[in-house]
Every structure is written in C-alpha cells, then in structure tokens.
Design a protein around this ligand. Structure first.
Ligand code: LLP
Length: 413
C-alpha cells in the first residue's frame, strides 16, 4: 500500500525504509522534525513528464520545494523552472537552471524583482495585469532590453479542488478573463519594449480528475488562433501546473500521461511549444516528514499524540484541513485508537491529523508523515520561535544533508 505513494517507501522486517535507508536510523542521526526526500522518485516523476510530453518544456514549480538541491535534480533531468519571486529566481540560477528555461508568474512582482529577472534574461514573464505591462515596458526600456511576455488568462473552469488553491476562476486574484486578455494583448502589442510570445494559464492545484484541463486547453487554443489571426506570433502555450497526488489511501497518484491525454489533443495542431509547470506532482510524494512522539494524553473521549512537528513545519493540515497519511516507523501488532496527532505550537489549529484511526504508539517512537515533499518545508515558519527542520536527500542507499537544522543563533543573531 505504501508503495502507491512512493515505490521506494517500504516496510522491511517491521521497519520503514526509503530508498533502502532505515528511517529510524536517519531520525536518530539527524534528530526530528526531519524532512527526507527521495531523489529517485523525483527523477522518475520528471522522466514521466518528459515521456508523456516529449516536445514540451517542463518548468518545475519551485514554490513546491525551493531547496536548491531539489531544483538541481530538476535541472539534471533537463527541466526549467517556474518562479514567483526574486528568491526563487536566485535559487533556480544557483541550482544551475538556464535562464532561457525560466518563466516568472505572480501578481505582485516588485521593481527590484522585475529588474533582476530582466537582467537575467529569463524566457518569459507571465504578466497578470495592465499595470504590470506598463511597469515592465518602462523598466525594460530603461535597461535597454526587449522582454518576452505571456498574459496569464483565466479560462474560468472549475478545477474541483480546495477553494484556496483554485486559481483559474473569475473571482480569483490571478490572471485576467479571456475578454480582458484580448485587450491586454492588443495593448502589449503596442508597447515597444515588450515582445508578446505566449499565453499562460494555471487553473488550480491538487487536481485529481484531469477533465478541467480539457476545457481549459480548448479555451486557450481558441484564444491562440484569435491572436494568430490578429498577427501575433505565439510561440508558447503555458498550461501551468496543478496535477494532484495521492494523499489519502482512497486517492490515486494520477500520471503525467493522464494529463497528456487531456491537454495534447487540443494543443497538437498549433505551432506553439507547450510549457508545463508541475510542482506537487514532481516532489509531493518524494518527501516524508519524520517526527517523534513526545507525549501521550488522554482526555476521556480524546486520545492525543503530541509530536515534535507542528504547523510551523507542515501547515497544510491547519491551513487547508489537508489530509496527510501518517504511519509509525516501526510496524508491530497493536490496537488501533482514534487519535489526534498534534504539534507543540500554541494554537488549537496545530494538528497533523484529527480523529484518525492509528496504531497505539508510545513516547519516543517515530512517525512518518507522508506526501510532505511539496508545500511542506517551503511553507514552514519560525512561529513560536521554532528552528526550521533539517532536510536530507536520499538516493539508492546514500544520503546527504541539503539543509542543516537551524540554530537559535541563526534565527536571532
Ligand atoms: N504554476 C503556477 C502559476 C502556480 O500558481 C502553481 C501553484 C504551480 C504552477 C504549481 O502547481 P502544482 O503543480 O504544485 O499544483 N500551498 C498549496 C498549493 C498552492 C499552489 C499555488 N500555485 C498547497 O499546499 O496545497
């Protein structure tokens, strides 16, 4: 069952292993909370994208996990990067991603960030408003550059996912509707320091049923032909990211090939190169968060397992009521009890699981929180002044620390 999350995750002799390494031994060596990532898994997912979309440029969405060593895996597998900040540009360049494979989205790019990205000569800016067009044009002029842009359009399809991560609908702050987009394209076409080269859209995240992509691709391709008829040379159609992953036992890990079946029929007759920006579906199930049981507490009707990882380490359960599967690192025969797995943070919302049937665990045991590779460490914070976790990358029986555990001195100075 665990191998449906990640084929490199398995129990052997009653103990959990990732890529042949004992999780208990790693937890003892590096302490907890500890993020572990499986390099083979991440490479396999990138290869699956490449195989399903041989002609496309795959730009790994750095926001899912910005560790430069993780970005470097994407680079080694031939991917580019999708970024949303100057920081992500810095990390991507540091990891060796070629600027000609970097696309930059985001509603609130600052002057400093725009300048950094223009000087780095990235592939394309995915512009989200009229005002951004003006600012970008002016800045490009000052820097003596011509800047390649796409406009982010909202095809207004319902991705049927959590409202906080639905981005392609009319009411969201992202992009513009197709009608406004046409006006923006005309406007951008008149700005002398901008070169219109693409169409961008991203409909949402954690999308398990690929049918919304069919509709989105059709709408984007309709716009493509309209723009081509108006004289634009659209070289890129960027369909964003969003493919979901298995979090709970009843879900499955959709394959990039499923996404290809939804998107490619609409795109294949255009002359544009396809860009995709997958994040979660590349790294999500490549990561596990290891945590240690500190205390057990019974309140009559409630059994609490208090662990050393909290919402500061993994905020998804608190923020989206997200389900993350949790398993003990040591597997043995024992009764199951309805459990709340909670962290040490002073918030009622600080939980990793609520009312979950879990084996009765003991103080000092380690638990593995699955599907933690995407939007885990990347969304972690120092709340309650908790140093950020250590990150370790494992591959075929070997490991390396890719981020040291923080010290109090590092945070406070
Ligand atoms: N491209 C754009 C323009 C995006 O906004 C996003 C994600 C992606 C690509 C990558 O999407 P992915 O393939 O990872 O689904 N923190 C939330 C997810 C927020 C996603 C934001 N945008 C979570 O933990 O579920």
């Amino acid at each position: 069952m665990l191998n449906e999350y990640n084929p490199h995750l398995e129990y052997k002799g009653g103990e959990l292993y990732l890529e042949g390494l004992s999780l208990k031994a790693l937890a003892e060596q590096f302490g907890t909370p500890l993020y572990l990532y499986s390099a083979s898994y991440i490479r396999e997912r990138l290869r699956a994208y490449k195989k399903a979309f041989p002609e496309a440029l795959i730009c790994y969405a750095v926001k899912a996990n910005f560790n430069p060593h993780i970005i470097a895996l994407a680079k080694e597998e031939g991917a580019g990067a999708d970024i949303v900040s100057g920081g992500e540009l810095y990390a991507s360049l540091k990891a060796g991603i070629e600027p000609s494979k970097i696309v930059y989205a985001g509603v609130g790019k600052t002057l400093r960030e725009l300048e950094y990205a223009i000087s780095s000569d990235i592939l394309m800016f995915n512009v989200e408003s009229f005002m951004e067009l003006d600012v970008l044009d002016e800045l490009a002029g000052k820097l003596g550059r011509k800047v390649r842009i796409a406009i982010r359009v909202n095809p207004d399809v319902d991705p049927k996912t959590h409202p906080y991560i639905s981005t392609g609908m009319k009411k969201s702050k992202f992009g513009v509707d197709i009608k406004t987009a046409k006006k923006e394209y005309e406007y951008a076409g008149r700005l002398k320091n901008l070169q219109v080269v693409g169409i961008h859209c991203h409909i949402g995240s954690q999308i398990l049923d690929v049918s919304p992509y069919i509709e989105a691709a059709q709408k984007v391709v309709e716009l493509y032909y309209e723009l081509v008829r108006s004289g634009f040379e659209i070289e890129y159609i960027d369909m964003g990211g969003g493919l979901g992953i298995k979090y709970s036992p009843d879900q499955s890990n959709p394959e990039p090939a499923d996404l290809a079946e939804a998107i490619l029929p609409a795109i294949k007759d255009t002359k544009a190169k396809l860009i995709l920006e997958p994040g979660r579906s590349v790294v999500g199930n490549g990561g596990v968060l290891l945590t240690q049981v500190q205390f057990l507490k019974d309140k009559g009707h409630k059994h609490f397992v208090i662990v050393d990882a909290g919402m500061n380490d993994l905020v998804r359960p608190a923020m989206y009521s997200a389900y993350h599967h949790i398993v003990p690192v040591e597997k043995k025969e024992r009764p199951y009890v309805k459990t709340d797995v909670v962290g040490p943070v002073c918030e009622t919302g600080d939980f990793l699981a609520l009312d979950r049937e879990l084996p009765l665990v003991e103080r000092g045991e380690y638990l593995a929180v699955l599907s933690a590779g995407a939007y885990g460490f990347a969304m972690s914070s120092h709340y309650n002044l908790r140093p950020k976790a250590c990150e370790v990358l494992v591959e075929k029986g070997s490991y390396r620390v890719i981020r040291e555990r923080e010290s109090y001195e590092y945070i406070i100075g």
